[in-house]
Design a protein around this ligand. Structure first.
Ligand code: ADP
Length: 668
């Protein structure tokens, strides 16, 4: 009986395993690296033991250290999660030697599936359909090319030891073959220390459909239906769903039975996934078998109502499978979206930094969040950039999809860029809604998904402007009690008063002009905003990161994050950056006719726009200052000329300092 479980992993999967173990009354032990001392998985476990420095080679991949810790704390089982040591046969062997239950398949099964080409031989013998291709030992370039030429292009080169899409190259023409082979081999060698290649027919529009299988130690096996993982970026899954849209019952059964046949061929025990490519003609082909729990297992849990980690633990305890094939039923539909710290605007480069805001949708019977992060955590370079998995369920695909869209619109992360908006855009594409998906979906819809996509500014700018106005008002109110605050510097606008000003703001680097009329009405400060020839009557309440806004009577709540000068507004259109660019000091009633050439705050002179002794018109900008990325125009209120500028461009100026000598025209 497993009574104390060590989880040899980190992040969301460690937290997820701990939850089930706790529910089953099993004590849990986490391990952690230097980078994870304050991580959620450490807090959730009953005990946590230090493992080593941040790089996983020195911590989460150190099987020996982990086994020594398990022995020391008296853990009699290890759950490896996915990644790290989960498909490492040697680690499983060491566990066995030390009388520790490895929660995974037999060592022989891990070894059999460890090489894509060896796995294909086994499957061929078991009559599981394979993608046409060459998976032999002959590795000379001309022999591999001969096979490619014979099967016809396009072909796909794959590293036999591959994973994570590495060491894979599409080849469309014979004359590209040799270069592609060399590149794939190089990548395979550096990633897996093994450049053994296989050549497969490249299917141009397949779907990735995989079957969850489960076997116990009493020769029982079931399949828990399929997951469609066709939404991929560079062969990496992004959104998964279960069941696969449009899959017939017959095909479901055929694929399920083929997967079980594959599992039986290697005497499988525990949770496994058999991955197939499903071609447009409905033929399916074995791709590989993953001998562990998959990242996307929650969608299967939600449509079957089962806890697969519980099943794993029970099977490891020599129990029989909890349900038979006949007892398993699909109920409803589930999606999983993988939330990554990465920058879709910068080629999806992994993003690092401190998570200054983490606000998730509420969890319920319909919404589940598997995550290992908390606000304030540092996303480091050391580990996979996946921050969380958002999983939703409902009665059918369209209602589940609506849940996905809504939950994505309520997921706010700041401090690092994420792919949340990208996921949200995928979920809104008509083909996705119709279930018309295949592995080229993201490429095919590249244009619609690219972030060049135009924002509807009319829905964003008034809210952003209102947020800036309210924030300034709050800061002024604080400053009133603190004479040394920079906000108490005399300025032209008033809080809680009637005034007019021109506000320039940047929204995602595009500048917008808003004319603001502020007025008090029935104890409430109203702002009349004029933007792109439209008027917006607004009021709002800013409470920390929450803004309740009323724009022409439409009341809504938004989340705002970040400190001045740049802030982030989470809108129905996604995450939008905004900042105040320029306060036009010229429009205030009070100062309309009085020249004032003092620096409004500490800052830098960034531009001098007129020559000395040049005649200037009323309203003309003479000089521009910048402070905290905000620009301030210093304008002439009357006609006249500047006889001297006291500062040069680039010079620092103290708030309140005289900037220039101005001579107004007679009678002005
Ligand atoms: P890895 O183990 O590196 O993740 P897989 O063999 O699982 O690689 O393949 C990953 C993805 O690559 C698949 O989900 C599919 O989208 C694509 N793929 C793999 N083999 C083929 C093929 N023969 N034709 C077309 N696409 C393929």
């Amino acid at each position: 009986m497993i009574h104390k479980l060590l989880i040899a992993n980190r992040g969301e999967i460690c937290c997820r395993v701990i939850k089930t173990a706790k529910r089953m009354g099993i004590a849990t032990v986490a391990v952690y690296s230097d980078a994870d001392q304050n991580a959620l998985h450490v807090k959730l476990a009953d005990e946590a033991v230090y493992l080593g420095p941040a790089p996983s080679k020195l911590s989460y991949l150190c099987g020996d250290k982990i086994i020594a810790i398990a022995r020391k704390v008296g853990a009699n089982a290890i759950h490896p999660g996915y990644g790290f040591l989960s498909e490492n046969a040697e680690f499983a062997r060491q566990c066995a030697k030390n009388n520790i239950t490895f929660i995974g398949p037999p060592i022989s099964a891990i070894e059999a599936m460890g090489s894509k080409s060896a796995a294909k031989h086994i499957m061929q013998q078991a009559n599981v359909p394979l993608v046409p291709g060459y998976h032999g030992d002959e590795q000379a370039a001309d022999i591999l090319k001969y096979h490619a030429d014979t099967m016809g292009y396009p072909v796909l080169l794959k590293a036999a030891a591959g994973g994570g899409g590495k060491g894979m190259r599409q080849v469309w023409h014979a004359n590209e073959f040799n270069d592609a082979l060399a590149a794939a081999k190089r990548e395979a060698l550096s990633s897996f220390n093994d450049d053994h290649m296989l050549v497969e027919k490249y299917l141009t529009q397949p779907r990735h459909v995989e079957i969850q299988v489960f076997c116990d130690q009493h020769e029982n096996g079931v399949y828990l239906f399929e997951r469609d993982c066709s939404i991929q970026r560079r062969h990496q899954k992004v959104i998964e769903e279960a069941p696969a849209p449009g899959l017939s019952e017959t095909l479901r059964q055929q694929m399920g039975e083929a997967a079980l046949k594959a599992a039986k061929a290697i005497n499988y025990v525990g949770a496994g996934t058999v991955e197939f490519l499903l071609d447009v003609d409905q033929r399916f082909y074995f791709m590989e078998m993953n001998t562990r729990l998959q990242v996307e297992h929650p969608v299967t849990e939600l449509i079957t109502g089962q806890d697969l980690v519980e099943w794993q633990i029970r099977v490891a305890n020599h129990e029989r499978l909890p349900l038979t094939q006949e007892q398993l039923k699909i109920k409803g539909h589930a999606f999983e979206a993988r939330i990554y710290a990465e920058d879709p605007n910068n080629n999806f480069l992994p993003a690092t930094g401190r998570l200054s805001l983490v606000k998730t949708p509420n969890e319920s019977a319909y919404v589940r969040i598997d995550t290992g992060i908390q606000e304030g955590d540092e996303v480091s370079v050391y580990y996979d950039p996946m921050l969380a998995k958002l999983i939703v369920w409902d009665q059918d695909r369209s209602t589940a999809l609506a849940r996905l869209q809504k939950a994505l619109s309520e997921y706010f992360i700041d401090g690092v860029s994420t792919n949340i908006d990208f996921l949200s855009r995928i979920s809104q594409i008509d083909d996705f809604k119709a279930g018309a998906i295949d592995t080229s979906f993201i490429e095919k819809h590249h244009e619609q998904l690219s972030s060049e996509y135009k924002l509807a500014y009319a829905d964003i700018v008034p809210i952003a402007a209102l947020a800036l106005l309210l924030e300034r008002q709050q800061q002024t109110n604080i400053a009133k009690q603190d004479p040394y605050s920079p906000w108490s510097v005399q300025s032209v606008w008033r809080a809680n008063d009637n005034y007019q000003e021109a506000l320039k703001l940047y929204v995602n680097d595009e500048s917008h002009d808003v004319l603001v009329n502020s007025l008090m009405s029935q104890d409430r400060q109203l702002f009349n905003l004029e933007f792109q020839q439209q008027n917006y009557t607004c009021w709002g309440i800013l409470d920390g990161q929450q803004l309740i806004s009323s724009i022409n009577g439409h009341i809504s709540t938004s989340t705002i994050s970040g400190n001045s000068p740049e802030k982030v507004l989470f809108t129905a259109q996604g995450r939008v950056r905004f900042s105040r660019a320029l306060i036009d000091l010229g429009l205030n009633e009070d100062t309309h006719h009085t020249n004032n050439f003092t620096a409004p705050m500490n800052g830098t002179v960034v531009a001098i726009l007129v020559d000395t002794n040049e005649r200037v018109e009323p309203g003309q900008t003479l000089l521009v200052m910048e402070a905290m990325k905000m620009e301030h125009a210093i304008k002439a209120k009357t006609a006249g000329r500047v006889s001297e500028f006291y500062f040069n461009v680039g010079e620092l100026v103290d708030g309140g300092a005289e900037l220039l000598a101005f001579h107004g025209e007679e009678g002005a």
